[in-house]
Design a protein around this ligand. Structure first.
Ligand code: SF4
Ligand code: FES
Length: 248
């Protein structure tokens, strides 16, 4: 029992929260992992992947955008909610070009790790076979839109941390796509640098650093060594990474 501070309960476990924290913030601070793909500690939430769906007061809400409130009872880790998360992950897989064995992000990819975490054994839905523009114009960075899951992380990292505003998401629904803020629309005509947070935060293989793809051998990559739960909690603890970028 926690006394003297406001608390919420997640799957029956009582945890404290500070004013202004979301359910996701409070959960991660307490060492409770709620699946997420478009959330990154230290960046403003965007609430667009819906992986962090939880239930509170008979409503389904996104944990990353919903403020924690005293006495809230939250349900997160149930077979039903994990089945919904798995279906969302399957939709993300078929909507883009996520052929893991031929992608150089394999083993470092959050979408792939999420699929393993949720016990996804096949795509279930028919493939869209999207054909989207690849931008190889930048000398050090490749943008392959066919693997973009529109998580908006590069948009926020570039705007809020790198202070360069290189990316934006244009269009809505099935027309939504990532654009580059340059008259030519090409990455080479932006100030984006390989050291930017935006160049490193992509959870999938849509933004890749050129000529580094196999620097870490398969078998020794992030999700060969730890689960996405461990990475998610570690990213919260390591928030100074964001602070380091912010002080650039
Ligand atoms: Fe997210 Fe990567 Fe697409 Fe940017 S390029 S929106 S970081 S998936
Ligand atoms: Fe909350 Fe993506 S992590 S909607």
């Amino acid at each position: 029992m926690t006394t003297g501070v406001d608390t919420i309960r997640i799957d029956g476990e009582e945890i404290p929260f500070k004013p202004g924290q979301t359910i996701m913030d409070a959960a991660l601070a307490a060492g409770i992992y709620i699946p997420h793909l478009c959330h990154y500690p230290g960046l403003p939430p965007s609430g667009n992947c819906r992986l962090c769906i939880v239930e509170t007061g008979n409503r389904s809400v996104a944990a990353c955008t919903t403020p924690a409130a005293a006495g809230q009872q939250i349900i997160s880790d149930t077979p039903e909610l994990n089945a919904t998360r798995k279906a969302i992950t399957q939709m993300l897989f078929v909507e883009g070009n996520h052929i893991c064995p031929s992608c150089e992000k394999t083993g470092n990819c959050k979408l792939q790790a999420m699929a393993y975490h949720l016990g996804m054994l096949d795509d279930h839905f028919p493939q869209f076979y999207q054909r989207r523009e690849i931008d190889a114009s930048h000398p050090e960075i490749l943008l392959d839109r066919s693997r973009c899951i529109l998580c908006d992380l590069c948009v926020r990292a570039s705007r809020d941390v790198d202070k360069k505003n290189v990316f934006a998401i244009a269009g809505r629904g099935t027309d939504a796509h990532l654009i580059v803020n340059a008259p030519s629309g090409k990455l080479a005509d932006t100030p984006m640098a390989v050291t930017d947070l935006a160049a490193r935060i992509c959870p999938v293989g849509a933004i890749l650093i050129k000529e580094k793809g196999y620097e870490v051998p398969i078998g020794e990559r992030i999700y060969d060594r730890q689960t996405i739960c461990e990475t998610g909690l570690q990213e919260y603890t390591d928030k100074p990474i964001i602070k380091k970028y912010q002080s650039k």
